[in-house]
Each structure stands twice: as structure tokens, then as C-alpha cells.
Design a protein around this ligand. Sequence first.
Ligand code: FPP
Length: 243
Amino acid sequence: MPYKEEIDIDRIPKHIAIIMDGNGRWAKQRGHERSFGHQAGAETVHIIAEEAAKLGVKYLTLYTFSTENWNRPANEIAAIMALLFDSIEEAIFMKNNISFRIIGNMDMIPENVRNSLNHCIERTASNTGMCLVLALSYSSRWEITETTRQIAKEVQQGKLSIDQITDECIASHLATNFMPDPDLLIRTGGELRLSNYLMWQCAYSELYFCDTFWPDFREEELRKAICEFQKRERRFGKTSEQI
Ligand code: FPP
């Protein structure tokens, strides 16, 4: 049965996070440069964003460029930055009522790319459907370090007492403070790790791994992952009987 018919539309995960892996290997298999894979991956970003919005997902957070990715060859970094500058298809966001946001260390992003992304954020800000979030120059350790510094500063300034540092207080200082934690984390490309992505936020997320390289990840694959998610029992530390 196609996954479309199997999906329970009343139990769509509110927040899906994706580690878009496999662009480089996809390109290599075809005898191309790695950047060719990123270009194909950018098309998949738009296809999956549109499908997620249609299914009723509220937040889609895509790991686009990690803090560690700055160590990649300069030509590959430049190719990804160029894609961010000229491959974002705002028309698809407008058509699907998608708002666009970024999390990460934007100071590291070249100014022209930053300006172009900021324009897209501004122009889509009043869209009320799904929020598409790109994690750019992002890593969990960077985010938690920044959060810790900020909280320490507030304590030092007397704005916050140590007793007020709770789970909720930390969450409210993270870059993701405008959205709920991911219900479902998908990683494409066959690797089985978190790679410094949303580690605080994924404490209770359901994890889904598939071998498909990101450029080949299509609507049916997303629906398959959601169906798999809907079969899981989320206990959040409780027993089955308590649910
Ligand atoms: C991981 O695959 C992917 C990345 C580091 C880059 C992801 C970037 C995109 C999908 C382009 C985004 C562009 C827009 C416009 C949103 P990898 O290169 O590590 O793959 P490999 O494991 O096969 O080497």
C-alpha cells in the first residue's frame, strides 16, 4: 500500500529534523564533483519542504552546514555558499505558506549570502504555515556553549539566580527557543550518528535512519519515515501502561 494511504493525518509529527547526508557519495557514484551532489540536494530541500508543508508538519529543521563543515575544501564550501545565495526558491515558500528561518552562527556566513537569506526570512515572515529552518554554521556544542555563556552573563548581571537555571530556562536560551523539540529525526545516507545536531532537543525524538542518499530522498520516503514514526510508542521515560 502506498505510504500516502497509510499515514494517519491526525498524528503527523509536529517537528521533523533531518540530517541530509549522502550528497558527496551520490555525486561520486555518477562521476561528478561533490558540489554537483549539493546542487541536487538543494532541489530535494524544496521538494521535501513542499511535501512536509502539505502533510501538515509545523517545523522542518534541516542540517545544511555544520560548524565542522568549515574544515571542508574551500571550493566545496564556496559551492554550498553559492547555492544558499542563489538556489533558495522563495516562490515555493510563498506558494506553500512556508516561513523561513535560520539557526546557527550567522557571523561566519559571507555577507552577501547572509543578506540574501535575511531577505528571504523577512519576506516569508508573515506566512502562517510550516516553518522551514536551516541549521547553518550550526552544531549542538556551539549552541550549548553560547547558551551557557549567555546564562552565566545574566547571573553575573543579577538578572538570573542560579536556582532559576532549569531545564526550561536552558531551552529558552537555545537557538531553537521558538519551536518544540523534534518528534522525529531522520538521517539519510546510511550513517548511524547524530553528528552534533540538536543533541539537547533530540533527547526524546524518534530516530529514523535510511540508506537513501539525500538527493534521491523523495516524497514517498518522507511518508515512509512518518509511517514508521506512527508505529512507535513514545513513553518519555514512563511505562507503557501510563501512556
Ligand atoms: C552532507 O552530505 C551534506 C552537506 C554537508 C551539505 C548539505 C547542503 C545542501 C543539501 C544544499 C543546501 C542548499 C540549499 C539551497 C538549502 P555529504 O557531503 O557529507 O555527503 P557524503 O557523506 O556522501 O560525503
